[in-house]
Design a protein around this ligand. Sequence first.
Ligand code: LR7
Ligand code: MN
Length: 583
Amino acid sequence: MWRGKRDRGSRRCGGLLALGAMAALGLLVWIHAAPGEPNPASPASQAPREPLPEKEERRLRKPVYEKPPLQAGALGELGQAARLQLSDVERRRQEESVGEHQINAYLSERISLHRRLPERRATGCQVKKYDYYNLPKTSVIIVFYNEAWSTLLRTVHSVLETSPDILLEEVILVDDYSEKAHLKENLENYVASLRKVRLIRANKREGLVRARLLGASTAKGDVLTFLDCHCECHEGWLEPLLERIREEPSAVVCPVIDVIDWNTFEYLGNPGEPQIGGFDWRLAFTWHVVPEREQQRRRSKTDVIRSPTMAGGLFAVNKNYFNYLGSYDTGMEVWGGENLEFSFRIWQCGGSLEIHPCSHVGHVFPKQAPYSRTKALANCVRAAEVWMDEYKQLYYHRNPHARMEPYGDVTERRQLREKLRCKDFKWFLENIYPELHVPEDRVGFFGMLKNKGMTNYCFDYNPPNEHEPTGHRVILYPCHGMGQNQFFEYTSHNEIRYNARQPDSCVAADPETDYLTMYLCQENVHNIPENQKFVFREDGTLFHVQTQKCLQAETNSYSGNPAPLLRPCANSEFQKWFFQERS
Ligand code: LR7
Ligand code: MN
């Protein structure tokens, strides 16, 4: 795809497009004469070489800095959960650090910046050999905003101590206009003492998209590898990413993201199958098990796994390909949305997005967002407006306020889509993400589900946490008009679907209690269970065929909230329902 159409008509265009053309030229050079390699003429698709002799391999694998010897019993060593015995004063300090960074920075400061991690790779990955002479070099780009000292520097050291010297061009730290004192001169001095690390600073708060591009613009490596500023790279994380990109320059490759606990700094994760990325129709990122079709496609446990979307922070991409693809949407601010935008773009414009099961990197997920993320909405709207075609309506139905959000100008991004002759969103859904249920959203049958007798109360489902999405009761709650947990859809298969978030859940009657409970929907329409079928009749009643009862709004119930209940059908306003798209 990419190779075939790289130079078509791009010279006429200015700015961004010209960059794309330069990028494509760069690629030509890269494929046919990978600089600095012993056999510059070798094409990317050549047969695999003999494995390198062990001694030589060991030499080539040498990291930029060696990790200090294992410190058995040291706090957090090998990724173990760390807990401190604290006095009251110390505990207060610890709490303050959590308040400031939304991670336990107090504890993190007491854990070595050079700690080792537990083995998290499958055995097949551990014995894999790499052709070090023929892997591209990478620049690792780490942007940060007000990050805690220890998590930032642990990220840097972990890169230096796990990346083979010959594969690491440089580490570029980009300060996105942080305010914290410890990130000023102290950091400059510290970084100056490290090989291969550069610090650059934004002149204003750019947000992660433009901060990353600032780093990318000065990167010298063939491959760009992006990391968040609170990561720890696992032994052997880099080689699989670079090998895959050498093999397929239009592949964007993510490591498996292992969780580091924000409070104990325990390195979680397991060597089993990683999960892949998806999204729901609110355009929230989601994780999924690898679907059967993808397992069938892979020939081995160490093969890459195709993923519809990426989490966003951790990935490697051929620099020329990144520029050809239009790098990032520079109209996106602060945080959010860029990961879906980039994922859609990769797939729709002929690339592939993959997770390499042999590459693991840990990421500290904070207790809660440490800075305001309100720009995510506008960023998501930009992504929807450029890439989703008519399917953007499904998003707007579930986020009515997104329609009102000013999102700036996306003309250039739409031109990019034209220029690269990208496929449409329907193609993406059918071929890359067939597991995602596409709602029908028939006029008059989606939105808030309201009752005529109890006006201003809406069907509402709010599972207590993400691990237990189903099995809880549906209630009635004052209508808020924000979509989300008050968004329901009545389908042509007689289901009342709750499909703003994943997994798609369906309202089911519980004949024992007369309440409604949420269950997983049945994707095969011939297998929809009887207790999930309701007939929305002309008179506004929701008739449950199996029990021959009607849904009625009642006040005296579960958790102090009114709820819809199964009752003998009667001519009552409390048994009449209607959908309203917006308030
Ligand atoms: O204004 C900002 N400027 C920045 O430089 C805001 C953030 N940043 C930096 C920040 O310091 C960090 O290094 O950008 C990086 C990402 O910000 P985080 O760590 O606050 O984001 P996150 O980990 O909560 O969010 C995930 O989704 C984001 C959507 O915009 C980004 O793509 C993040 O990179 C991404 N993180 C990951 O993919 C790690 C795994 C998380 C999951 C799932
Ligand atoms: Mn992060």
